[in-house]
Design a protein around this ligand. Structure first.
Ligand code: GUE
Length: 284
């Protein structure tokens, strides 16, 4: 058996054309503020692709690139200005932030109504309660992908490997909200393979190349690979996921890396930005 590939491209394109329609229906275009501190090459590249995608769907975007040694006060001052600007519909502070900045304090400072990442504690609580309007982009994009490929979620056993604030934990919350039976496994889980083999839906976000091997997967399971690991193979720079390629021989469906979940993350950010703009327009 070989797994059905589950590419992100057709799903992202479908989501983005719906976003384009919603943008057209607004009295004025949404505006997305992208805040980056420092020059980490991955962050530079992610922010650039978000900026570019915004333009493609009619969202205005502005990149605030701050120097590596920016103080927490200076960053908080920028966020306060963006919060107060009625023209700004969405604010994203690219993570990770340099060590001198307290990430939690920054996430707390973003107006929850403009928090297109869904990382503000208010939105996190709303998400766990099952009623957030802005959900974190990667997990929300994964649900879009499962729906697009008609993967059933309600009543299914879902195992999330990884407990990060930006993927693992919110993924568990959203799957629970869709009536899956959810287990969160992690680096300290005893007999991890026995746990992952229970999964009908296996979401892997651990940041370790090829961590999930074929014997850890139930035959026919849907496997979602969130990993983005840049490694060298035979002197060549390559991007690989957290799932071993051999899993394709066991799984029923498998997302590719690149070309899978990453595309959904960016598309969902655009969807969240238009949602924030719609909510702000309604509140006027
Ligand atoms: N506040 C904040 N919000 C985020 O949403 C956020 C963040 N910080 N920090 C870093 C992670 C990572 N992330 C990705 C975005 C796009 C791709 C993406 O487009 N990937 C493509 C291509 C990647 C490439 O070629 O570099 C793919 O997987 O096919 C991946 C990962 C958002 N993140």
């Amino acid at each position: 058996m070989t797994a059905t590939p589950l590419p992100g491209k057709p799903v992202a394109d479908t989501l983005l054309s719906a976003v384009t329609e919603r943008v057209r229906a607004l009295p004025r275009p949404p505006r997305l503020a992208l805040v980056r501190v420092g020059e980490d090459p991955a962050s530079v590249s992610y922010v650039r692709s978000k900026d570019k995608k915004a333009g493609q769907v009619g969202i205005e975007s502005e990149v605030h690139a701050l120097p590596e040694d920016t103080s927490q006060e200076a960053l908080l001052a920028l966020i306060a200005r963006l919060n107060a600007d009625p023209g700004v519909s969405g604010i994203l502070v690219q993570l990770p932030l340099p060590a001198q900045i307290d990430e939690a304090a920054v996430l707390l400072a973003v107006d929850p109504a403009k928090d297109v990442d869904g990382f503000h504690p208010y939105n996190v609580a709303q998400m766990w309660a099952g009623r957030a309007r802005l959900n974190p982009c990667t997990p929300a994009g994964i649900l879009e992908l499962l729906d697009f490929y008609h993967v059933p979620v309600a009543g299914q056993r879902a195992v999330v490997v990884g407990r990060s604030e930006i993927v693992g934990r919110p993924m568990a919350a959203l799957l629970l909200g869709r009536d899956a039976t959810v287990t969160v496994a992690h680096s300290r889980t005893a007999d991890l393979g026995a746990v992952t083999r229970e999964a009908d839906i296996l979401v892997v976000a651990v940041g370790r190349p090829q961590f999930i091997t074929p014997e850890m997967v139930k035959p026919g399971a849907t496997v979602i690979d969130v990993g983005i690991n840049r490694i060298e193979i035979g002197g060549q720079a390559r991007m690989v996921g957290d799932v071993h390629p051999g899993v394709a021989e066991v799984a029923g469906g498998l997302t590719p890396v690149p070309g899978g979940v990453g595309l959904m993350t960016v598309a969902q950010l655009m969807a969240n930005t238009v949602t924030a703009a719609e909510l702000l327009a309604r509140a006027e």
